[in-house]
Structures are given as C-alpha cells and as structure tokens.
Design a binder for this molecule. Structure first.
Ligand code: TYC
Length: 162
C-alpha cells in the first residue's frame, strides 16, 4: 500500500526520547530550579577531572557551604608546641660514670651516645641531654637533681628554650 502525505507527523518520530526520566523523580518542572541531586550531594563533578578517578570537589567555598547548612567555621591549624633543651653543667665532683648513667636512664641515650655527651660537657662546661616540650623538660631536670642529691653529687641541670 502506498502512503499518502497527510501533513501529520508519522508516529511521533520527532519527539525526544523519554529515557532518563525518573532520575529526578520524574518531575521535571523546568530548568530554573536547582537539581535535586546537586542540592543533596553537592556540586557536580568538574568536567576537567581526569577519567577513571573519583570526581574532585570544588575548592571549599564557605558561602556555598553555609547555603547548604554545613558547618564552616575555619579553625587555625594547631601550632607545634615550643621545645626546650635540658642542659647539664660540668662540675669537678660528680663522677663521669654517674653522668653517663643519668643520660642513659633519664634521657634514653645509648652507652656510647651518653659517654660522648658526658665528655663534651666535661670539656666545654655544658651540654644538651635532650629536647622536650616544657613540662617534660622540667620534670627531667628535676629528676636529675633528685638522682644527684640522693648520691650526694652536685650535678646541676637546667631548661632552656630551643
Ligand atoms: N667533670 C666531672 C669529672 O671530672 C665529670 C662530669 C661530666 C661532671 C659532666 C658533670 O655534667 C657533668 N668527674
């Protein structure tokens, strides 16, 4: 049978395909509304993202986050606490072996490191036993004095900011 031109389009062939409907609940009420997925999950992936990798988020924008009700308070990065040296001072009476023992027991030095530090103090008059945050440094210094007093030695220690 031969078809006759009628002016009526054949079988709606000019319509857009309807696939994809339902992604947003089948409720497309025009483009001026914000897409539901973006409102819930944040902005869409950056088109410049390389394929095969998870999409990157846009850089933090406090104004946009506030819009979405996210907490946005920017905290300053915690600073590294200042460090303090525990110093040992030379004297003429404290035995070398005792100073080495203090450096090993209180400051965790190996026998050879402790001997090197002791000799350096013996020759120069002062040396660093260890470096710590203030509270730990003060406690170590107090313990040096206690250990020395127990044995009757005049070994002195002090704390100094690095
Ligand atoms: N000068 C001491 C001596 O000859 C040894 C010594 C070393 C003492 C270090 C104190 O912090 C010190 N016996």
């Amino acid at each position: 049978m031969q078809s006759v031109p009628t002016g009526i389009p054949a079988a709606r062939s000019d319509r857009r395909p309807i696939e994809g409907r339902g992604v947003r609940g089948g409720c497309d009420r025009g483009s001026s509304r914000r897409p539901v997925l973006e409102a819930v999950a944040g902005p869409p992936a950056d088109p410049s993202d390389p394929p095969g990798r998870p999409p990157s988020r846009r850089p933090a924008d406090p104004a946009r986050d506030e819009e979405r009700g996210l907490a946005t308070k920017q905290r300053p990065k915690a600073d590294r606490p200042p460090r303090f040296k525990v110093l040992l001072f030379n004297d003429d009476y404290t035995p070398m072996e005792f100073v080495v023992q203090v450096l090993e027991q209180l400051f965790g030095k190996s026998p050879s490191a402790a001997t090197q530090i002791m000799l350096q103090i013996h020759r120069s008059g002062i040396g660093v036993a260890g470096v710590y945050v203030l509270e730990v440094a003060e406690t170590k210094s107090t313990m040096v004095h206690r250990m020395a007093e127990e044995r009757g030695y005049p070994l002195r220690s002090g704390v100094e900011k690095e």
